[in-house]
Design a protein around this ligand. Structure first.
Ligand code: GLU
Length: 307
């Protein structure tokens, strides 16, 4: 398969949908991103790479960061985190608080905001928010093979200034003793992880260990054990798009995680890691054109975890 050709064909397939959907507007830094951009990049396990469109333009990865903090936690004192966060789809929006009361402060899964806040608390452990962010940035640089990756401080500040809902989630969990560090410590790291900026090319490379049973093919490092890698992919499949997760599984058929910056990371186990970015979102907060592109790519390649 000619990957450059494939991506070009997919880009042509979705060009007419670029005006559909709404850019995230809860912070100016996201609201001001030119909305009709589109980038797509693929990194294959056999070493092939390809990209098309705005694939070198860094964007705010937002909730895609939740996959990487989960991987870091599962590679360390991992299994313990499952006492504090579940692995069921939520069927609710990314920042919903309603289930937390019914379920005693234990979030449904690590890919909704409440769950990711718990994972970040776990990642901080007995260290500091700055130390956790430094480790995360180092992790992303190692996975992507790019030392230019960092936190967009302007986005991070705006996240914090508009973070009332995330503060509510965190305080609510703290009231059930499901946070070990102070709320502001945890959120200071969480807001910065959301503000990590990567291009599609960097993100596709960074996700490749998830297509390779946990081993980074670039560095040959075992990032997470194979069984943990399967679990991360399972959670992405079932929970990666909030209340749009079922539809994404139905239409695309492999694990993915969206962010409100318009990026999606998708993993085809045994084959490839794919990153797509287009800022306009659907009602679940997933890139409209990005998910269309992945649907087209799945149709053109026949790739699916469902056979
Ligand atoms: N920064 C956003 C929040 O925490 C991330 C949401 C998303 O990307 O889905 O609310």
């Amino acid at each position: 398969m000619d990957m450059e050709r494939l991506l070009q064909d997919v880009a042509d397939d979705v060009r007419q949908s670029l005006g559909t959907g709404k850019v995230a507007d809860y912070i100016p830094a996201l609201a001001q991103v030119p909305p009709n951009q589109f980038g797509l990049a693929i990194a294959c396990l056999d070493g092939r790479h390809a990209s098309v469109g705005d694939a070198d333009q860094p964007f705010s990865i937002q909730s895609i960061s939740k996959v990487f903090t989960l991987a870091m936690v599962l590679s360390g004192r991992g299994p313990l985190v499952w006492d504090r966060v579940g692995r069921e789809p939520s069927g609710t929006p990314f920042n919903s608080i309603v289930q937390l009361e019914h379920e005693s402060g234990v979030p449904r899964n690590p890919l909704i905001n409440a769950g990711a806040i718990v994972v970040t608390d776990h990642l901080i452990g007995g260290s500091s928010a700055d130390d956790a962010v430094d480790r995360l940035v180092a992790f992303m640089r190692a996975r992507s093979g790019s030392n230019s990756i960092g936190v967009d401080q302007q986005v991070a500040r705006s996240e914090s200034e508009t973070g009332s809902r995330n503060r509510s989630l965190a305080h609510f969990m703290a009231s059930f003793s499901n946070l070990r560090n102070p709320v502001e410590t945890v959120l200071s790291a969480y807001f910065r992880q959301c503000a990590l900026a990567l291009s599609c090319r960097q993100l596709a490379q960074a996700g490749l260990f998830l297509a390779n049973k946990g081993r980074d093919p670039q560095t040959d490092e075992m990032v997470v054990a194979p069984d943990q890698c399967r679990r991360i992919n399972a959670v992405m499949m079932t929970c990666g798009h909030y209340d749009g997760s079922g539809d994404f599984a139905f239409r695309v058929g492999f694990p993915g995680k969206s962010g409100v910056g318009g990026g999606i990371l998708a993993i085809v186990p045994g084959e490839a890691s794919i990153a797509v970015w287009s800022p306009r979102l659907n009602r679940s907060g997933t890139s409209w054109t990005g998910s269309q592109a992945l649907e087209r790519l799945a149709a053109r390649t026949g790739w699916s975890v469902f056979g």
